[in-house]
Design a protein around this ligand. Structure first.
Ligand code: PEP
Length: 244
């Protein structure tokens, strides 16, 4: 399957940062994988304009479970579509930690995203304490069961495995540890969605950088990456795109 390089700009970037998008597109006009950038909500529309006609896809970093209403500061899935997004990251560990998002809330948001025609990038991942206690697969299994909607399909949902302790720390699990979790996720999706599960893209996220991308991408069931810090600079993200 065609792999996906997804970048999460988090709460970084103003209009001046759109120069990175121009540089990325100039360096990778026809990438060998799908390319997605998820900027802060304020940059979705201008980034979508800058990317028009190119291979770059644009996504949001969150959406509300409701279609509209009295939810100050929130953004609806259809608003992301209106601004030019095709994807939305949901259940990122920073949302789960900063905003107390539960699996049930992530699932409701994913259902809203699918209803609006967005592709949901649903994030799961264990904390360091959970890994140390040997309950990683149990935690991932529960998050998958709770966060991925029943209506999910290969064309509408991407699953990102992001160990919380690897995000922004420069630390990553070993290659066998990443492979173990990705195989487990594929198996769990197969139990639930049957043959369609083979087509779900499974991303690894957590301190992916140009120097470790190729070895991670070579692992079975790793269909791309969700990249935080290294997605902010065209040169770094471009090198990861080239490794896929
Ligand atoms: C992320 O936040 O999704 C992420 C993977 O961050 P980083 O690449 O900076 O570890």
């Amino acid at each position: 399957m065609r792999k996906l390089a997804a970048g999460n700009w988090k709460m970084n970037g103003s209009t001046a940062a759109l120069a990175e998008v121009s540089a990325l597109l100039a360096a990778h006009p026809a990438p060998g994988c799908d390319m997605l950038l998820c900027p802060p909500a304020t940059l979705i529309a201008p980034m979508a304009s800058a990317a028009r006609g190119s291979a770059l896809l644009i996504g949001g970093q969150d959406c509300h479970a409701k279609a509209s209403g009295a939810h100050t500061g929130d953004i609806a899935a259809a608003m992301l579509v209106d601004a030019g997004a095709s994807h939305v990251i949901l259940g990122h560990s920073e949302r789960r930690a900063d905003h107390g998002e539960t699996d049930a809330q992530v699932r409701a948001k994913a259902e809203a995203a699918l209803a609006a025609g967005l592709i949901a990038v649903v994030c799961v991942g264990e904390t360091e304490g959970e890994r140390d206690r040997g309950v990683t697969l149990e935690v991932i299994g529960a998050q998958l069961a709770g966060s991925v909607p029943d209506a999910a399909a290969a064309a509408s949902v991407v699953v990102a495995y992001e160990p919380v302790w690897a995000i922004g720390t420069g630390r990553t699990p070993t290659l066998p540890e990443i492979a173990e979790v990705h195989s487990f996720i594929r198996a769990r999706l197969t139990e639930r969605f049957g043959e369609d599960a083979a087509g779900f893209r499974l991303l690894y996220g957590g301190s992916v950088k140009p120097s470790n991308a190729a070895e991670i991408f070579a692992l079975p069931h790793v269909d791309g990456a969700l990249v935080g810090g290294a997605s902010l600079k065209a040169a770094d993200f471009g090198a990861i795109v080239a490794a896929l």
